[in-house]
Design a protein around this ligand. Sequence first.
Ligand code: AVI
Length: 317
Amino acid sequence: MASTPRFIQIHREDSAALRHELAAGLLAQPAMVSPKFLYDALGSRLFDAITELPEYYPTRTERAIFDAHAAAMAAQAGTGRTLIDLGAGSCEKAARLFGVMQPARYVAVDISVDYLRQALDSLQRQHPHIEMLGVGADFSSSLALPPEVGTGERLLFYPGSSIGNFTPVSALRLLRQVRSVGGAGGALLIGVDLVKDKAVLERAYDDPLQVTAAFNLNLLRRLSALLGCDARIEDFSHVALFNQADSRIEMHLQARRAVTLRWPGGERRLAQGERIHTENSYKYTVEGFDRLLREAGFTRTACWTDEQRWFAVFLAS
Ligand code: AVI
């Protein structure tokens, strides 16, 4: 019987590479910064606050789908698997499934094991019969898991529609890697946000309380800290819009006046109204995402949605 989780840190942050990536993005036309920079300690807290907002429907809608259909999902996926939680964070979403899924082993993957330690320690006390492993890995560029994950049948879990933050080409690449990491008999349980009314979408990403604005603007603090430039929050405003042609919500930071960002070795001038593109959140149709899963090599799929068809959970094997 396991009593303490194990932790393995694979990913090491390379600050020179991060600075290089940030500078290259700022110098691009149009300027962009990867959404991964949104998640420092404050950014992660602001994102947690977003998930509590009435306008941000994805979190509660996905939770309702799991509450209504977890037993059916477990019946199809099979119990006693190794549950691999991609981007586990607080591990809360996976923990809610332990009762029905009865995993033999739980592997929580996040960029840093430090985020996982507390959550996994307390989860282990509540579920001493489940072997637990924390893996610090950045799977956004490539998904590789250490041998300690073991040889049990794998169920990969990727909730929250985080797949929407990848371009469809990168999403396909990640899904192919998930299929290969799952191995023979592997399966994937994934949450996907669906296309809906533009007004509903835009309100979810531009809430009246301005929590999403703070989440986006906080990126400027990260920029200043990592790159050593003096990006002033009051010089920018939050913009969120639904790009119908590409089926994605886009977040931008728009210069309120002409701004020059200077850092050691470079500078970027932004005219008034010019934008830094900070995030895409792709919205799929059920048919479109099913096609993507099949293109990635999954052959059997099942899908559950809420009554309004705002969000979908797919099980693919
Ligand atoms: C993490 N990800 C799925 C969120 C989304 O909806 O794309 C990030 C987010 N950005 C603004 N609000 C929430």
